[in-house]
Write a protein that binds this ligand. Structure first.
Ligand SMILES: Nc1ncnc2c1ncn2[C@@H]1O[C@H](COP(=O)(O)OP(=O)(O)OP(=O)(O)O)[C@@H](O)[C@H]1O
Ligand SMILES: [Mg+2]
Length: 483
């Protein structure tokens, strides 16, 4: 099977050859012809198996009939929208769009928060067919009327289950309400829970479900290892593992932003070059930390779940869970930063007695036990072997048949820090059948306090520009569209 067999046009075949891809991965082989045929797709495939090219290549081909080199912005309306949960992932997906579209006259832009809006506004004003964005900042542009979705033909939700969970669904719903109803929608992720799949199904038209492996499977070229350790010895164990394994690069996941910074400092004091990436850092610091890690200038990156999804660090040999994540899907995504593009990788987890419930949930999702290796001198106490109490197994009761309890806006792991907790009106909103319980469909969008616009920008009048409507009317008046 070759890329040419999938019906891709010469410009895209040249781009994949330039990228060094010899043949399509299984998800690419299955998804590309179906997306080219214009169908809605929900695509699940393990981490690191090329889902990005799986949706981007056919998307570019479908837009190629609009390719043109005219300088007129009117000839370059937004035709495709790709949404991602984090800024770093938006940047990376945009890089892929640029790579795969380099022989086509299509323009793209990446839109994310934490940086000045003006450069983004200027690019949007000049006309861009493809917008890769995080939802919050995209809504800031909607509010500023610097983006128009009237000509959108394709919508992609990368990390779709994350985009449709409690932390993102309100913003995503608001964006969906602004898109033409007649469009192609593509949802991709390495994990889909049943409830997310049901919610997604209701958003799609006769969706084609493509699953190249059992749902929620971890990539099979990753070796998992659990070290049962005492909680108070974890830092020493981590430093010991990093020093003795001589791995070059290690991505370490922790539970909190504060914990990430503190652990990076500790490793620094131990003579290990380490930096941290989390939502409380400025975007510049986040970008610099990730770039230094990718370039090998820093050997350990300590991260919150902001780095769990989608990020592609070439040849990363090992991921360490300093703490286990609260949901087993996050384990699959975190460890999926290694063992990508056919390479092998190791996923190490330091697990203390209090985390046995989470470990049990992960093993349940993976449908197999993970190998436990004792580290001499650092072992967990006898309580690690004690049977788990009822009710302490893994996630809270909220998980499973119902979605997890809502977190304040901006407080979810991986979510861009942008707004405060929801106003009381949103919390009091009655849930509709099939709707996410706490989402208030009537609530108008509120601009972010941290939109990085100072002072208010003069928006240049455009020819034929209609008088501005209140954003509340624009968005609050549309809730029915999306049901
Ligand atoms: N056909 C191919 N042949 C070789 N390498 C490929 C191919 N397609 C994609 N890749 C490479 O594989 C790596 C992983 O791709 P990508 O980031 O799209 O994975 P993914 O499935 O989206 O993973 P995740 O679930 O973690 O987001 C990238 O470095 C990409 O360049
Ligand atoms: Mg991906």
């Amino acid at each position: 099977m070759s890329f040419a067999d999938l019906g891709l046009m010469p410009e895209l075949l040249k781009a994949v050859t330039d990228a060094g891809y010899a043949e399509p991965t299984p998800i690419q082989a299955q998804a590309i012809p179906i997306i080219l045929a214009g169908k809605d797709v929900m695509g699940g495939a393990q981490t690191g198996t090329g889902k990005t090219a799986g949706f981007t290549l056919p998307l570019l081909q479908r837009l190629s009939r609009h390719a043109n080199t005219s300088p007129s912005p009117a000839r370059h309306p937004v035709r495709a929208l790709i949404l991602t949960p984090t800024r770093e992932l938006a940047m990376q997906v945009h890089e892929s769009v640029v790579t795969y579209s380099k022989h086509l006259a299509l323009r793209s832009v990446v839109i994310y928060g934490g940086v000045d809006m003006r450069a983004q506004m200027e690019q949007l004003r000049l006309g861009r067919e493809i917008v890769v964005a995080t939802p919050g900042r995209l809504l800031d542009h909607v509010e500023q009327k610097t983006v128009n979705f009237g000509a959108v033909e394709v919508l992609v939700l990368d990390e779709a289950d994350r985009m449709l969970d409690m932390g993102f669904i309100p913003d995503v719903k608001r964006i969906l309400a602004l898109l033409p109803k007649e469009r192609q929608s593509l949802l991709f992720s390495a994990t889909f829970s049943e409830e997310i799949k049901r919610l997604a199904d209701s958003m799609l038209r006769n969706p084609q479900l493509i699953e190249v492996a059992r749902r929620n499977a971890a990539a099979d070229n990753i070796t998992h290892r659990v070290h049962p350790v005492a909680q108070d010895l974890k830092r020493q164990v981590l430093a010991h593992l990093i020093k003795t394994q001589d791995l070059g690069q290690v991505l370490v996941f922790v539970a909190t932003k504060f914990g990430a910074s503190r652990l990076a400092h500790y490793l620094g004091r131990m003579g290990i070059s380490a930096d941290a990436i989390h939502g409380d850092k400025s975007q510049q610091q986040r970008t610099e930390a990730l770039e230094a890690f990718k370039a090998g200038r820093v050997s350990v990156l300590v991260a919150t779940d902001v780095a769990a999804r989608g990020l592609d660090v070439e040849d990363l040999p090992q991921v360490i869970n300093f703490e286990l994540p609260h949901t087993p899907e996050d384990y699959i995504h975190r460890i999926g930063r290694t063992g990508r593009a056919g390479k092998s990788g190791t996923a190490v987890s330091l697990v203390c007695a209090e985390e046995r419930g989470r470990l049990a949930e992960i093993e349940k999702l993976l449908k197999r036990p993970l190998e436990q290796v004792k580290l001499e001198g650092f072992e967990a106490g006898a309580e690690f072997k004690e049977p788990l109490e009822r009710g302490k197994r893994g996630r809270t009761a909220a998980h499973g048949s119902t979605p997890p309890a809502p977190a304040p806006r901006g407080a979810k792991p991986g979510r861009e820090p942008r707004r405060g907790p929801p106003p009381p009106a949103a919390r009091a909103a009655p849930a509709r059948p099939g709707a996410t319980p706490d989402f208030d469909w009537r609530k108008p969008y509120e601009p972010a306090p941290d939109s990085f616009i100072e002072p208010p920008l003069p928006i240049p009048p455009r020819p034929g520009h209609k008088p501005r409507r209140q954003i509340a009317a624009l968005l609050g008046g549309l809730p029915k569209k999306n049901e």
